[in-house]
Design a binder for this molecule. Structure first.
Ligand SMILES: [Zn+2]
Length: 303
């Protein structure tokens, strides 16, 4: 009986791992693990996010460690279907839960954990908020999660090498969160953008709430002319797709809100702007109005 129960548990966890994370081969030795584009839930362990995987001859670099201990374990299990090499480096691209709350799982396996200094501060400030919110959304799937902050940080730029792979890490300014970074892999022209790029689902302006800075950060990232982008959410893509899904939407909001401010309009008007041209992005029903309000709030303050 006990054996049957354990067997069923293993089968169930294998099914949920397969269902919740889609493995996309981006280019040689580079993969995107794409989580659901819906809300955090007990079955996705909070991993409603996309994660980058780089396989080097000395081990694996994982970009963003998942939203929970079990979420990290799930990422690890999926990585083990691609390679048997150990996870050597974790990079947190930002301060949101799914970027870092799996750090503890991987540091126990001996991985280095790297982020920008601003992200580390952001993680510390928002730890309680994240844990409270997650416990309401993923319940017992949060079990075992212990906050573990990055042990290596940088302000603006860092070079990182593991085996035959060289990476450049850049913090260009606030985008989705205050400490967001992008990771450039010159040998494959791949950009791991974290939440600087949202594909397939509509971005949320918060928590940094600075749409203009996000546009500027996107521009700096685009200067590298990446051939592949592994985003923070949704499928890996090229630059044109990322521009359409993320930057054009940000610019659209800035322009529309700018017009409202010039005509002495108010926040109510902002929340009513017609965003139907971006309804191809999932989740717009829940976030579009709030995005407009947040951009209005910031632009009115700066006006
Ligand atoms: Zn995110």
């Amino acid at each position: 009986m006990k054996h049957i129960a354990i067997f069923l548990m293993l089968v169930t966890s294998a099914i949920s791992a397969q269902a919740a994370l889609n493995v996309q081969k981006v280019t040689d030795n580079v993969y995107a693990l794409e989580g659901e584009t819906t809300q955090r839930s007990p079955t996705n362990f909070g991993n409603n996010s996309t994660h980058g995987v780089i396989i080097t001859n000395e081990g694996v670099i994982l970009i963003d460690s998942g939203a929970s201990y079990l979420g990290a374990k799930e990422l690890h299990e999926v990585i083990q279907t691609i390679t048997d090499k150990p996870i050597k480096v974790i990079i947190n691209t930002g301060g949101q839960d799914h970027r870092w709350l799996g750090n503890d799982y991987f540091q126990q396996l001996g991985a280095r954990v790297i982020s920008s200094e601003k992200t580390r501060q952001d993680q510390k400030i928002r730890t309680d908020y994240h844990l409270n919110r997650l416990s309401g959304l993923i319940h017992e799937s949060l079990d075992g999660t212990v906050p573990f902050y990055s042990t290596e940080t940088f302000d603006e730029k860092m070079k990182l090498s593991l085996g035959d792979v060289n990476l450049e890490l850049y913090h260009f300014g606030p985008a989705h969160t205050v400490g967001d970074i992008v990771i450039w892999m010159p040998s494959t022209k791949t950009m791991f953008s974290g939440d600087v790029v949202f594909n397939d689902r509509m971005l949320g302006i918060g928590p940094a709430r600075n749409a203009q800075s996000w546009v500027d950060v996107f521009d700096k990232m685009a200067e590298f002319k990446p051939q592949h982008i592994v985003p923070g959410h949704g499928r890996a893509s090229d630059l044109a797709t990322a521009t359409k899904n993320t930057q054009q939407y940000l610019k659209f909001l800035i322009k529309k809100i700018g017009n409202i401010l010039e005509n002495d309009g108010d926040m109510l008007e902002a929340s009513k702007i017609d965003q139907s041209e971006f309804h191809f992005l999932s989740g717009h029903q829940n976030i579009a109005g709030r995005n407009a309000q947040w951009v209005f709030e910031k632009m009115e303050f700066d006006y």
